[in-house]
Design a protein around this ligand. Structure first.
Ligand code: FA5
Length: 361
């Protein structure tokens, strides 16, 4: 082909090619146009081959440039239409998937765990009675967990709480705290000056595992130290606490007990809210008629308490002749079992949505 023929070919076919590439309405039409005009047998390739046969250098340059310009312009038209068609296809696919007549999906709202609610409520009641929040470590020294609480290393009372020891190299005096009472000792040692009135919430650990005992559970400790604090103050505080947490008129029962760090000591039971303290019948009754929550006794133990032992005051650098005080340790899980009528403590840790969704909080 001569230069003139090449130019004619490029001009004539260009208009048709651009129309086809820009006007294709779908992917199939566009692909057909691409093969026809830009493929190996298309006019651009034919023109390029002819350019190679031209002998005059100037003519070769001119024809070569024209070929490249036409080629680029058509490639651009192709790409532009390709993007448009792809976008159009995506939108069509999406439109097919969205069915605006379908009912909406309800989004589930999170709610507080019954243990969190119970704990927050107890701390709020104690705060109302003047107890300031305090904290202590879960990995505790033997000294605070036992020694300062009147339990030297050979004291048999250490066996009351089966302890997890922490592997701390050469030291064998580090434990996972078995109760929140070490915070009593820490607070008295740190403050040194009554009046002291604190509450401490936290996890505690024991080698226990059954429907009412968990190896990890939560306690809230309360301690009040001042001049002339009496057992009557302890009783009044706990009665008020029980009425605010459970229901007005709920009964508390104090049974003589023993803790090395309090004297006298008591275990405190609350009348069962599920069976009204009768021990049987009603919705909480098991197959044998006995209440599943209190096991037919009408009461559930929720805490240990007592008057701070003079030995503890001495270990904490306070004068037992000048001050007195009371302390109590509440089992949060037990309070939650009683409050919500839950028969097995392990349900509280399973994170089963069907169980947890029953609690509004
Ligand atoms: C104590 O832990 C004492 N530190 C409480 C105390 C504090 C007494 C201050 C005097 C003065 P006790 O071992 O009884 O006491 O535990 C207290 C409460 O924790 C129990 O009444 C019970 O409600 C709860 N509890 C005990 N063991 C478990 C367990 N394994 N799982 C769930 N709750 C438990």
């Amino acid at each position: 082909m001569t230069l003139v023929e090449i130019e004619q070919l490029l001009d004539q076919s260009f208009v048709a090619a651009k129309g086809a590439l820009s006007g294709a309405r779908n992917a199939a039409e566009l692909e057909a146009a691409r093969v026809q005009f830009l493929g190996q047998k298309g006019f651009i390739q034919a023109a390029k081959k002819s350019v190679g046969q031209l002998t005059v250098v100037d003519e070769k340059k001119r024809a070569g440039k024209l070929c490249n310009d036409r080629d680029r312009e058509l490639q651009e038209a192709y790409q532009h239409n390709l993007s448009r068609i792809e976008q159009q296809d995506r939108a069509a696919a999406l439109a097919e998937r969205i069915d605006v007549t379908l009912p909406g999906r309800r989004s589930r709202r999170g709610r507080r765990h019954p243990l969190t609610t119970t704990c927050d409520d107890i701390l709020a009641v104690l705060a109302g009675l003047g107890f300031q929040p305090a904290e202590g470590p879960e990995v505790e020294h033997d000294f605070y967990n036992f020694e300062a609480l009147n339990m030297p290393s050979d004291h048999p009372a250490r066996d009351m709480q089966d302890t997890f020891y922490v592997d701390a190299g050469a030291r064998n005096d580090v434990v996972l705290r078995t109760h929140t009472s070490p915070v009593q000792a820490r607070t008295m040692l740190a403050s040194g000056k009554p009046p002291i009135r604190v509450s401490c919430f936290g996890r505690v650990y024991r080698k226990d595992d059954d429907p009412t005992h968990s190896p990890m559970f939560h306690q809230i400790e309360g301690i009040y130290v001042d001049k002339e604090v009496t057992f009557a103050d302890l009783k009044g505080t706990l009665q008020l606490f029980a009425e605010r947490i459970f229901a007005p008129g709920v009964k508390i029962r104090m049974r003589p007990s023993f803790f090395p760090f309090t004297e006298p000591s008591v275990e405190v039971d609350v009348s069962c809210v599920a069976c009204g303290g009768i021990g049987h019948g009603g919705s909480s009754a098991a197959d044998d008629g006995r209440c599943r929550i209190c096991k037919g006794t009408g009461f559930l133990e929720i805490m240990g308490a007592g008057m701070v032992d003079p030995e503890v005051f001495r270990a904490c650098k306070l004068d037992p002749d000048a001050v007195t005080g009371f302390a109590f340790g509440i089992g949060i899980e037990r309070v939650a079992l009683l409050r919500y009528g839950i028969a097995d403590i392990r349900l509280l840790y399973e994170n089963d949505e069907r169980f947890l969704s029953q609690f509004v909080g």
